[in-house]
Structures are given as C-alpha cells and as structure tokens.
Ligand binder design. Sequence first.
Ligand code: G1P
Length: 287
Amino acid sequence: MKITHAVIPVAGFGTRMLPLSKAVPKELLPLGNKPAIQYVIEEAVASGIKNIVLVNHAQKMAIENYFDINSELDTQLRTKGKNELADSLNFLPNDVNIISVRQGKPLGLGHAVLQARSAIGDNHFAVLLPDVVLNPFESDYNSQNLVFMINEFSKNSHSQILVDPVATADIHKYGIAKLHGESKTLEKTKQNQAFGVQGFVEKPKADVAPSNLAVVGRYVFNNAIFDYLAKTEPSVGGEIQLTDAIDALISTQGVDVVTMVGNSFDAGDMTSYMRAFMYFADKILQK
Ligand code: G1P
C-alpha cells in the first residue's frame, strides 16, 4: 500500500495574486530563494513520491519548463566551469518523474484531480495543493504530515485528510471537518494525530461550521475517490468540489483526518504571500 503517485493541480489563474500572476504562474513566485512550488515538490519527494502529475493549463507551461532540464543553460554553465550551479538546477532525484495533463476548463478542484485519472491508473495517490506551503522550518518533511498520512494509509487504507484549527474569521475560506461526537473545536497538536471523520462542509459560514478544523491541502486518497469524482455534480461556486466526492467516499469507506504539525502559508493570497516571502527570505538570510 505504498503511495508513490501524487497529483498537484496548478491550472488556476491565481486571480488573488494579480498583477504578480499575470505573466508568471503564481506557483513560480519566490518564497525566499526558491519558487513556492519547489517546496511542495520537495515535500512530495521527501514523502517517497516518485510520480508527480501536474494538472496544468496551456498558459502555465513555465511550470513544466522549471522542472525540465534547460540543456542550453546547462551547457553554458558547465563550459564556464560553473558545474555546481548547473547541478543545483537539476535537483530532482533520477527516480522521480514529473508529467503533466491539462485542465482545459476551470470547473473546480474535484474536476482538476479527475483529469489525472488516466495518469494515476489504479494507484492510490496523494494530492498536494500548491497554494499551501508547509513551513519547512517548523516541521520535518521527512517524518511528519504527508509522511505520517502515507503511513496511516498503509495501516488501514483509509483516505487521510490533513486538517488544522483555524480562527473563526477564516472558516469561510476552507473545507471544514465534521467530527464524530460532540466536540466542535480542537486545539493544535504537537504531533500528528489521526482520527475518523464524519464528513466535510466546503466553505461554510462560521456560525454553521461543524468544527474549527480546516482542510489544509494535503490528501492521501484511496483510488476509489475517482469513481466518486466522476459522479460529483457542481456545487459551491458552481464548481466540482473535491470535498463533495470525499463526503460520498465516506458513505462507503473510512476516511480519517490528520492534525497538522507546524504551520502553513497560503501562497495564493497576496497578503499571506507577502508575509510568507518575508518569513522565508529572513530565515534564509539568517543562515
Ligand atoms: C481548496 C479546498 C478546500 C481547502 C482549501 C485549502 O479550496 O476546496 O476544502 O480547505 O483548498 O487551501 P480553494 O482554496 O482552492 O478555494
């Protein structure tokens, strides 16, 4: 039950990041000295993922180019003796493949994930949303969060959804977990913890939200999710929501939430992005 496949949906235009994202995909905007998506790819690779499927859009080919070898640049750098710099640009391990498929129409996150179905085949898989960058200075990509979720999945084959407590004012921005039993609010935990979940509500108003636990943007899915995604009708925002397909999956098999260790940054929102940039730049300059 090893998870070696991951889907990263990158087709969105990033309207919350305009004008920065007009000509540069928001995923390639810097956090310190690396593009935001590089942290997400590093997290996937540290979790044992070998096959990454980008769900892309025709106008965002720069993302694919970033993960490809630029042989002219490589040759030029090596001719000038800058071998170390050239090596640093080929950072993907040899056994990791990145391919891309297209999402031609902006029909929602659920629709985006479904576009990866033929590339994923019968494999169980992870989904990483690139807007969400887990803080690499506060958590360990090699042992926490996604790695923990993959280990849990290998034990019970329940799909795993990463969640984190959020402030009441932010609840309407997220998918919110409906827990078993009475508890409606949970404190942040120092270690990852997994427990069963009853369902999710996509972007509820705070006063009707079933808990304070927001879906953070890391998922490990049983392949059966594709059957439910294929049947999911548009809902919130007129989009095919991944959250609705997860709810349908829960009606037939166990799904667990995993509490997140460390914090995350929303690199798809201008204010959060600017704060994240300052944080990463500061950390890297301190080294
Ligand atoms: C998506 C998901 C939502 C999740 C969020 C995390 O929403 O639909 O459930 O909480 O990502 O960032 P989006 O931010 O794409 O609107």
